[in-house]
Design a protein around this ligand. Structure first.
Ligand SMILES: Cc1ncc(COP(=O)(O)O)c(C=O)c1O
Length: 423
């Protein structure tokens, strides 16, 4: 199998760095955690589950635009709905009634939702969720999970980030460990009557670390504690949304959140996010002044309606979970054949991989010797047309087929071959 080269991408990155800080902002830029020498930097076009880079290399894309690609790039039904709306209007002085149609559809889709508010990014609605919790309770403190990611607003930056630049915004945050009901109880005992909300993803998705599912009774106990103490339970479903359950990832794990944040899978790449909530929090949401220049645009709303209806019709989460399981089971078996152990954490529709060198090893270190093996193996996949990253969840989309998974496993086999003499 031929391995890819990226001369045009490299040239374009040099130019990008001249005009844009980091070349690309965020984790794909010069400060990337990825072994960038193995990666195409710029994409040219995309279709279904594939994208083609500026050197003409084709990739089977397990990153799905970091989540938004849930139906397949360029989905004809979503694009048709968006284009029809575009011909009518998009960003106008007053909103289109598409907004009401979408809110009603979400209320009829997401178990917890009695209302929906729209914004653009996941970080808009996680920030709004905190404000709604504060407005509803008159309290200031928020409990969250160590190493969690909820966006880039000042409150959501890593503690101690950028030389303490964000300390003020973080004063009212209380960090606890994942799956620790005891630490949640302790935080409440130490801050009586002061905690407005608890925010978490449905399962543990820390940056750069193995993921972890909730313990069997975790969410029911958290739900009870929040109810008993008047704390707003906020589910950050920005990443998992519609990849576990069309009714919300809280239903998947058998509980009901008070507020649910969604973004990535809402409109197959059209830019929209939503905060949804229970009836009793609607008034608090009305009290918070929160909006933006493009937040009422009708095109992403029309796209979202088409996207959600299509996902529902094909029972998308079931399909995504099944394909993800086929791939990750295959990887685990292949790894054993080469004397390695592939650790698969998280749910199969947005799985997290880590390749351990020693089958008996218990260690896990992205920056240690296993990290080197893992980076090299991921790089060999990318160079053969299977786009994975070494530090983040991967995602499945509905345009992927079993033949795609078979191809990805053939490439994985070659990638094991390529690294086995070096490690
Ligand atoms: C769990 C979670 N919350 C919030 C966000 C922030 O979303 P956005 O990047 O759209 O602001 C992300 C983005 O990756 C996320 O994964």
């Amino acid at each position: 199998m031929k391995t890819y080269q990226y001369p045009n991408s490299s040239k374009m990155m040099e130019k990008a760095k001249q005009f844009i800080p980091s070349g690309i902002p965020g984790h794909q830029g010069v400060a990337s955690f990825m072994p960038l020498e193995h990666y195409p930097i710029f994409s040219d076009h995309a279709e279904g589950t594939y994208f083609w880079d500026v050197d003409g290399n084709k990739f089977l894309d397990f990153m799905c635009g970091y989540g938004p690609n849930i139906l397949g790039y360029n989905d004809p039904d979503v694009n048709k709905a968006a284009m029809e709306q575009m011909k009518k209007e998009d960003c106008v002085s007053q909103p289109s009634t598409k907004m009401i149609e979408l809110a009603e559809l979400l209320v009829n889709t997401i178990d917890t939702a009695d209302w929906a508010f729209f914004a653009k990014n996941g970080g808009d609605v996680t920030s709004l969720a905190l404000l709604v919790a504060k407005a509803a309770t008159g309290r200031q403190k928020i409990v969250l999970i160590n190493h969690s990611y909820h966006g880039v607003a000042p409150w959501a930056q890593s503690p101690g980030a950028a030389d303490g630049m964000f300390n003020k915004e973080q004063e009212d945050l209380i960090y606890i460990d994942w799956n620790s009901v005891e630490q949640l109880e302790q935080a409440i005992a130490e801050n009586p009557g002061q905690i407005a909300g608890f925010i978490s993803t449905p399962y543990y998705q820390p940056a750069l670390m193995r993921n972890e599912l909730p313990a069997a009774d975790y969410w029911s106990r958290v739900r009870d504690i929040c109810t008993k103490n008047g704390i707003v339970l906020i589910l950050d479903d920005v990443r998992c949304g519609f990849r576990l359950d069309m009714a919300g990832s809280d239903r998947y794990y058998g509980f009901n959140a008070d507020l649910v944040c969604m973004c990535k899978s809402l409109a197959n790449g059209y830019n929209i996010s939503t905060l949804m909530g229970i009836e009793s929090l609607k008034e608090a949401c009305e009290k918070v002044y929160f909006t933006g220049s493009y937040w009422l645009s009708a095109v992403p709303m029309a796209a979202s309606i088409a996207c959600i209806n299509k996902l529902k019709a094909m029972n998308a989460p079931e399909r995504l979970l099944k394909l993800g399981k086929m791939y990750t089971d295959g990887l685990e078996k292949l790894a054993v054949r080469y004397g390695y152990r592939m650790e698969v954490s998280a749910e199969p529709s947005l799985f997290y991989l880590f390749l351990l060198q020693d089958p008996a090893a218990q260690s896990w270190d992205l920056f240690g010797p296993d990290g080197e093996l893992h980076r090299a193996w991921i790089g060999e996949n990318v160079r053969r047309g299977v786009f994975l990253t070494n530090y983040h969840n991967q995602f499945i989309n509905c345009a992927m087929t079993e033949d795609d998974i078979k191809f990805a496993l053939e490439v994985a086999d070659e990638a094991f071959h390529a690294v086995k003499d070096r490690f």
